[in-house]
Design a protein around this ligand. Sequence first.
Ligand code: ADP
Length: 608
Amino acid sequence: MSDSHTEVQAHGALVTSSGEGSGVGAEKTLREIQQVLLCQRRLDALRRTALLDTPAEEAFDRLARLATRMINAPVGLVTLVDKDRQFFKSCVGLPPPWCDVRQTPLTHSFCMHVVATGEPLIIEDARLHPVLRENLAVDQLGVVAYAGMPLTTSEGEVIGTFCVLDTQPRVWTDDDLYVLNELATSVMTEIELRTRRALETQARAVEAARAEAEAARQRFALLAELSAVLAEGFDVRAMLARAARWVVPLVADGCMVELLERDGRLRRVAVVHRDAAEEARLRSLPESLALLEPEPKDASLVAGHVRLTGPEGACLRLPLTSHDRVLGVATFTTQPSRPLREVELSLAQEVARRMAMAIESARLYEEAHEAIQLRDRFLSIASHELRTPLTALRLQAQSLLRGMSQPVRPLAQGELTNKVRGISRQVERLGLLVDELLDISRLSEGHLSFHFEDVDLVDVVREVAARFREELAQAGNVLMMTGLDVSVVGRWNRLRLEQVVVNLLTNAIKYGRGRPISMEVRADVDRARLIVRDEGIGISPQDQARIFERFERAVSEQHYTGLGLGLWIVREIVRKLGGSISVNSMPGVGSAFLVELPLHPVPVSLLH
Ligand code: ADP
């Protein structure tokens, strides 16, 4: 017989073998038992097993079955004693309803005495036991004989028992107790194994939670940092490049930012990749190549491209939008086979939102800056333009005054007329300048409105030409007119149409001094055309794109006066009339301005 068997036997004898002697009750009062059961360290050890209220498991049932078989007892239990109940992790042979409930109150517990003493409890006939005969298990579960071994953790805490029960009185043999003790050891080994595993899982969960909290902290820091980075200065490219650096590797392994330029193309402004070699390769690629992902570089296609997982890694393209306007695209990629997790996805969206906001404010700043520069330039040109006729006026008025106060040689009639004509020309010029200034503010605020009436374009051209006869002669321009034999009548506005012709003819005289000028009117089924041609200085191709804008003047010409407003006003009037204007010109050869107007009324909704 082994030592442990001897020990078990000794303990068994120590506690009780029948109803005689001191018995369990004599050794521990109920209050003491309660205190032991409630001991926090014991309960903590019990909780650590994570076995309370878990389903039955074969690993424990097998040991309980083995015990009932080898000891030949009807019931075998793995009992965990909680503070106010006992839970059966395994309950082989227990009758219903107990086998379903799998727990009883402590009023039905023999096992709590084992836990209280930490010793085996061996009962041959509980009905004769001074304490246990009162136990409700005797009546309700029919327990008569009981043999229970403590389940003690490696730290010495008794958490429950491994026990067998019989409904008959019986004498437990040494062999019975030996087997029970051996199997109890196996049960405890299994429990310790579970505990270790549960603790490991718990530790992993804690580590995961800690890592998640750290990631959340980093993400928060990233967004805060990103906002700061994006708020630094107004150089949008530098800002976005710095922001992309922050994104890698916290949000993705690669980040590319493209801006939508005025010409509708996406232009790359930042490329960052976790892998320096890959980043260098991407940077060295020509801009026209799609970088992180081969696909069309068209803003309308950017929004839909999302691949969150796949063997090539993830690729997420997010449009950078502000007030429903696409400003660019941010692309986030991961290395092969690494998916983009939910949290990274929302972070990427947050980053894109902040980038869009930064681009928008940088653009607004740029526009405001440009507007201020434009205003300053305009003010200086405008004051210069106004001063020129004023100076001429002053000189002419002074000379007139001098002439009139000359008693010796009074002014001849012709001389006087010339001087007054000069004054009147300057006054007219001043008036035109003021009109242009008024028009520009009306046009900018959308207040330039006029009524539509039947107007003959041929008539307008003829009349303007007649008005300019003198000026043309003075400038040495010969004016040829064609297509004036048939009326070309449309629903336009006479005064504004005159303004268009006057502006174009004035420019032709100004920039084509001494050279022939022609004005041609043509009409087909639904369009009227006016072409004003000169053989003057011409306009370079790059200037041609700008001259119809506000305050824009050709770079090539510096010694001609003007506000750079005439063509803009002409374009706006022509648009309001439902037509268009274009120029065909070659420097040194001359220019031809073509105005096209609808011959039939255009629905107001189609007018610009
Ligand atoms: P401006 O008062 O300066 O003439 P416009 O808006 O009428 O302003 O014209 C804009 C610019 O276009 C001019 O400054 C000039 O550079 C160019 N331009 C206009 N008409 C002609 C032309 N017939 N020949 C050459 N250049 C022209």
